[in-house]
Design a protein around this ligand. Sequence first.
Ligand code: MF3
Ligand code: CO
Ligand code: CO
Length: 369
Amino acid sequence: MVEPAPGWMMALQLVREAGCGVPGLSLVVVTASELLAEHPGAGVVDNCGFADGVPRALRKSLSLPGMAAVKPRNYAVKPGQGQSGMGWRSGAALWSAARIGNNDPMTINLKTPDDLEKMRVAGRLAAEVLQVVAPHVKPGVTTEELDRICFEHIVNVQQAIPANVGYGGGHGRIPFPYTVCTSVNNVICHGMPSPGKLLKDGDILNIDVTVIKDGWHGDTSRMYFVGTPSVMAKRLVEVTREAMFRGIRAVKPGATLGDVGHAIQEYAESERFSVVREYCGHGIGKVYHDEPQVLHYGRPGDGVLLREGMTFTIEPMINEGSRHTRLLPDNWTVVTKDRKLSAQWEHTVAVTADGVEILTRLPGDDNDP
Ligand code: MF3
Ligand code: CO
Ligand code: CO
């Protein structure tokens, strides 16, 4: 049962305790500050989309200038709704699936058929969020409004957990205070929703969402056009989408992650675009960002040998101009150094006996092959 508590505590309680009706309480709110207090990011693998090396060095040299820039959120959680049981997020849970060793300390979790069934559920829910928010992507809407729509759908309708909320704090940055990343135009990834960011005609937008259901993660993102895109923007978005699918089609037992990266890089560069290096895809399951790292560039035959039961994301970030990135002072937002456009699409996939299964697809969607 929910005990009286400050508004934000109450909201978190409600999110936790599904099915408990609260008489007389019609609306509660979740604010950034308590989400931050509640989710210090402990127990979660802290390699949030980062390739080895680069960000670690960056993090050391940076303080916390983003703190003041983050506005508290004020979203409604319906009483009696929300995820029960395990708490806000599962964290790096102990579990019993097979682990296989490699030459280095890295180990990769192999999923059982039961695990995969749960990942399909989480994956479909994540894909559904991107579908539900789509009609709201229009000139004049704010990215915070889009975030609120995603949050409320996940918590109130899906009774699932928005994995990004409170994720990845420490190392010189605050935990991420929002449900989705909203990356507009020259923003490569990890754009923060904001009440001051109004979308305008011609913008391109990536919304990136991760849902936890029953302890399992589904992570997907796609591009949206706000009104009518320029010829260049449209081409960048379509090439990036095709790059992701070429990466996905390279996945099968016996292939390597180098094959996947190579398929993406070769295509993107043949279209005279560039591939972002500092951020990558990742293993995923009960852990959000797990081994292996999935680079979106590479050489055929290099890297991890793919085996049935591996699950990971493929999420190429492709730039119109140079591949180089800059991290904004909030320590989250990644932009193109030359301020030109960037696009990204993402699916969570599983290696099957003879190829690949996309776990975050909804047939008929824009991100469905
Ligand atoms: N969903 C992103 C990815 O594809 C990670 C976002 S972490 C956040 O890996 F904290 F920025 F939300
Ligand atoms: Co993602
Ligand atoms: Co991802």
